[in-house]
Design a protein around this ligand. Structure first.
Ligand code: SF4
Length: 376
């Protein structure tokens, strides 16, 4: 089998399994190894310590799996539109688009596994391994090398035909497949994504400081969110799409009509704040929100509530102010103080009587002593 014949056979297997956007990259050392190590050295990955593990694998996977000769790169469209009859208080519009449906890992896993097995059957003795997000790869760079798109200044992959609402997956294979041509950069002089980022998460084009990114803060970051980011978080409960929403290459992006699970569609800020952890856990089961876990979601919901200054959320915030995690309670106090209402102020006063964390009690007393002026 020639590399072109092997590639044609693999592309057919992909199409048979519903993967339409597929291209091939040859295995080899990454062009961005030095950049990646410098990115880690600057601490831009925050607490995502797993990225520090074995960077040599990310730079060339053949250090780990010497048999890899090619990567089959798959782009999976996602951009679920919001249902027309979405309840007004649903949190669905406060989630990054990819999180509005069932967890994509679970959705694509059976098809990717099936593809891996079919590829192994193509040539006796050949090897293949599928990955989605969790492998030691620089997936976006590999996807760009395969020509699926280019990495925009916001660091995400953009397909010139269909934009950036994409998930990436790959199958590493021992087969030699004819590689595709790399994609060209079409960002030009545009800086829309860099300008729109409310937390200034891009120290320079093509470089993301994850520690400032709302996606990182709401999903990966444990503990309190620094005050400087709270207002900038706006209404985002989980993830953030601002840099993609403003990208001109997404104007013609196709809408993928993934159905949101009812548990998510009917979830509200009030419920996130007031449900018991085990109840909230059940509501988010099977969705990407599980990655953040319930405590971070309640913290995020409190910050969103504080930004909305929605007086109707005061009772729910008072419940969140009894959360087991002190950094969740602090977010609830912060939100209540931003309400600038007698009810909210009274709720903080009541909560203070139950606060068992000495440092946090001092924070509340300071909040109460200063009144609401300093929080405006
Ligand atoms: S918004 Fe502009 S600079 Fe940013 S990724 Fe899109 S085209 Fe590139």
């Amino acid at each position: 089998m020639t590399p072109q014949q092997a590639k044609d056979a693999v592309l057919l297997l992909c199409r048979e399994r519903g993967f339409e956007s597929v291209r091939v990259a040859a295995a080899g050392p990454t062009a961005h190894g030095a950049f990646f190590r410098e990115w880690l050295k600057r601490g831009y990955h925050g607490t995502m310590n797993w990225l520090e593990r074995a960077p040599e694998f990310r730079e060339d996977i053949r250090v780990r799996y010497p048999w890899v000769r090619s990567f089959v790169m798959l782009a999976l469209d996602y951009a679920p539109s919001l249902p027309d009859d979405l309840p007004e208080d649903s949190v669905l519009s406060r989630l990054a688009r990819y999180a509005r449906a069932l967890d994509y890992h679970e959705v694509y896993k059976p098809r990717l596994l099936d593809l891996e097995r079919a590829m192994k059957r193509l040539a006796p003795g050949s090897q293949a391994l599928w990955y989605q997000d969790t492998g030691p790869f620089l997936e976006r760079e590999l996807a760009a090398k395969a020509g699926l798109g280019w990495q925009g200044k916001h660091t995400l992959l953009i397909d010139p035909q269909s934009g950036s609402w994409k998930l990436l997956a790959l199958v590493a294979t021992s087969l030699e497949l004819e590689p595709d041509e790399a994609a060209q950069d079409h960002c030009g002089t545009c800086t829309a994504c860099l300008d729109a980022c409310p937390t200034r998460a891009f120290p320079e084009p093509f470089v993301l400081d994850a520690r400032r990114c709302i996606s990182y803060l709401t999903i990966e970051h444990d503990g309190p969110i620094a005050p400087e980011f709270r207002e900038a978080m706006g209404g985002w409960l989980f993830g953030c799409d601002i840099c993609q929403e403003v990208c001109p290459w997404n104007r013609k992006a196709p809408e993928a009509l993934a159905q949101a699970p009812e548990e998510l569609e009917t979830l509200t800020l009030h419920k996130v704040l007031a449900l018991k952890p085990e109840q909230l856990e059940r509501r988010i089961a099977g969705t990407a929100l599980e990655r953040a876990g319930t405590a971070r979601l309640v913290r995020n919901a409190a910050i969103v509530a504080g930004n909305l200054r929605d007086a109707a959320l005061v009772p729910a915030l008072e419940k969140a102010a009894r959360h087991a995690e002190p950094w969740v309670r602090e977010a609830a106090y912060w939100a209540l103080m931003r309400m600038e209402s007698y009810e909210a102020y009274a709720a903080v006063s009541r909560a203070q009587r139950h606060e068992w964390d000495d440092g946090l009690r001092e924070t509340i007393i300071a909040y109460l002593q200063r009144g609401t002026d300093h929080l405006r």
